[in-house]
Write a protein that binds this ligand. Sequence first.
Ligand code: FAD
Length: 405
Amino acid sequence: MKKKKVAIIGAGISGLTAALYLKRANIPFEVFEKTAEVGGRMKSELVEGLIVDHGFQIFLTSYPEALSVVNYADLEFTPLTKGFTLCKNKKKYFLEYPNGRYRNVFNMLRYPFMDIKSLWNMAKIVVYLRSTSLKKIFSQKDIPTHKFLKNRGLSDDFISHTLQPFLKGIFLENNLETSSKVFQYVLKMMLSGSIVVPTNGMGAIPKQLYKNIGTNYFHFFKSLEKIENENLFFEDGYKTSADFIIDTRPKTFQKKANQNSLFVFITPNKVLKACELAVFENNPLGISNLVQFSNLYVNSRDVEYIGISVNNKVSESNKLDSKKILEYITNYFDTTDWKWIKTHHIPYGLNNQEQVNYSYKKEIMAQKEKTYLAGDWNLYGSTNAAIHSGKCAAEAIIRRVNTNI
Ligand SMILES: Cc1cc2nc3c(=O)[nH]c(=O)nc-3n(C[C@H](O)[C@H](O)[C@H](O)COP(=O)(O)OP(=O)(O)OC[C@H]3O[C@@H](n4cnc5c(N)ncnc54)[C@H](O)[C@@H]3O)c2cc1C
């Protein structure tokens, strides 16, 4: 009997995961990717000897779906400090997460925007999240994170001077309109594992999957134009057919996108002493955070890598140049020896996350008899969601192939 063939559209994390699961099930497949390389939104490139990510991203070792596809031991993870420096009114304030240590809980009370009631209510959220499954968290009603935090008794001061500056770099939006399910998910993941980045950049994760799958399954510069029944038509005129299709192209037309830009600088000096992340009060440029990596992403030991994330719309941030960013940052750090090396604009960062799902509903995933959808776009913006969706699409096809339906 002829084996069924699967075409996967897109070599981002979800497409790569689908490919890996199909390979393990011994089902023939091909991957068609629009660009020159794998990774989608999770890519790194070499600029002036530095490995630079397309956007500031972190990997949480507790992502439940990642363990079955990513080989952690091979990636040389570097942990980020669990804490941040808030930059506000030309002053800097350091906040360390308690990390299970009572001493740190008391230290938190020294942070000027912390009050006992908020600390106590935050602790209650933490206790709840530790004992609650992700499935249960995602079965709650979607409400904006700012409303959830207020309902849970956190003070306005604590929300706007602690959580908002930190979370806007994760949500890629400034007003905490993102569903509180995403907030709870991120916090639960942070509490149960480490916050890390691979020493060779986030792009090392998709590259690892690509290597493990086998490079001969991939076709690059193949941009899909349309699908008609089992036929796939590409923009360069190439045509092919498949028994099943997994389509991971982000469906930007369905939901609004959260946009982001990353400005990358190098400097010979360390600018952050106590931790590696600084977050910013609301500012006209939309700067959300600054991250410094020492001897990480850097081939030369003489320079430090500084990445500054901006959440403003791309049309606006295109007009912003690195000089304006530096002018603002000078309020907090000495930037005299900083050299700009790259700006990445990411028009489609994350889908708007006011309403999120834990997994694809069957009727959404199997849109047509032969086409399955995957990708983080209809779930929540996370590597874990992308992996989960790719796995579910592959498993649905594996079931059909094995039962000959
Ligand atoms: C700035 C930023 C920060 C982030 N931070 C984090 C973080 O800290 N932690 C975290 O877990 N997640 C983070 N994410 C989210 C994470 O990167 C995504 O959830 C994940 O990479 C999505 O993978 P995907 O496969 O669903 O989609 P994509 O990566 O978008 O993959 C889709 C692929 O399809 C290809 N494609 C598109 N159209 C076509 C076509 N017509 N034909 C063929 N191929 C096509 C694209 O080129 C791409 O390779 C962040 C994202 C951004 C942008």
